[in-house]
Design a protein around this ligand. Structure first.
Ligand SMILES: *[C@@H]1O[C@H](CO)[C@@H](O)[C@H](O)[C@H]1NC(C)=O
Length: 260
């Protein structure tokens, strides 16, 4: 106990002195890769159910567009340097679902895992059949919690769906509302992206963390609207993450294990 107290005090002092040194000698410290990366965990939940796949002929074409959207998004997951001397880095993964949930790939660090994740997204075949968005969201949360980084506040789901089914349809994992509440309790943020604009808006809104996580995001349609969706979401995450990434220099996992 005494030793632990001493260690905590000692480490706090090291932190304090270190930040003092930082303030005084930025030009020296800039050359030293001292701080760890600040990871964000991002997981895609893609609806490939019948209502999506069979919406337009040729069947499956909308699913191809959702796949294109996802790959375009993955390409934009690039590091971001914060002035606090930390880099935002991305872990990304994906699943797709109908009345079945199929893992495309668990979370992997970008850019190393980028090519494989995109290949696997390309290889997705639509499942058709029903839409169990509740089960898919819960599985996405599981993936974020099991394979993600240690921080809780850096986890994001991107749910791409048409919002089906309508009320009354049997949802076996507790229903959409219940599934949407779970990430809220866990501090996980959820973006709700419509497969095309103007769809079952009330259902789309239930999924999103708050209205700014829904807006008018769309995965298909005009390129300018798709890019707006991707850029706005990435921008929101980068802004969200900055205070957090820059506040735990002294609590980085791995550097100071198990002291709290
Ligand atoms: C969504 O809103 C933005 C900003 O107001 C706008 O530029 C964009 O065209 C809109 N997208 C759709 C699909 O309506």
């Amino acid at each position: 106990m005494k030793l632990a107290n001493f260690l905590v005090t000692f480490l706090l002092q090291v932190c304090f002195l270190w930040s003092g040194a930082l303030a005084q000698q930025p030009e020296i410290v800039n050359n030293i890769k001292t701080f760890q990366d600040c990871p964000v965990d991002l997981f895609f939940v893609l609806d490939t159910s019948e209502s999506v796949a069979l919406r337009e002929k040729p069947f499956g074409d909308v699913v191809s567009q959702v796949k294109d959207f996802t790959k375009r998004f993955i390409d934009k997951l690039t590091e971001r340097y914060y002035r606090c001397d930390r880099n935002l880095v991305w872990n990304a993964g994906a699943l797709h679902y109908s009345d079945d949930v199929v893992l495309i790939k668990g979370l992997e660090r970008m850019p190393a895992g980028r090519a494989d994740l995109k290949d696997r997204v390309s290889a997705v075949n639509y499942i058709g059949k029903g839409t169990h968005t509740d089960c898919a969201i819960k599985r996405g949360i599981e993936e974020l919690l099991i394979t993600g980084s240690h921080q809780k506040e850096n986890k994001y789901l991107i749910v791409v769906t048409d919002g089906h089914p309508l009320e009354g349809y049997k949802e076996p994992c507790g229903g959409l509302e219940d599934a949407a509440n779970e990430p809220k309790h866990l501090g996980i943020k959820v973006f709700s992206v419509a497969i095309s604009p103007g769809q079952l808006e009330p259902r789309m809104s239930i999924i999103a963390t708050d209205p700014s996580y829904r807006r008018n995001f769309t995965a298909t349609g005009k390129t300018v609207d798709i890019d707006y969706t991707i850029e706005t979401i990435i921008d929101m995450i980068k802004k969200n993450m900055e205070p957090m990434c820059c506040s735990y220099e002294c609590k980085v996992s791995g550097a100071l294990p198990a002291l709290h």
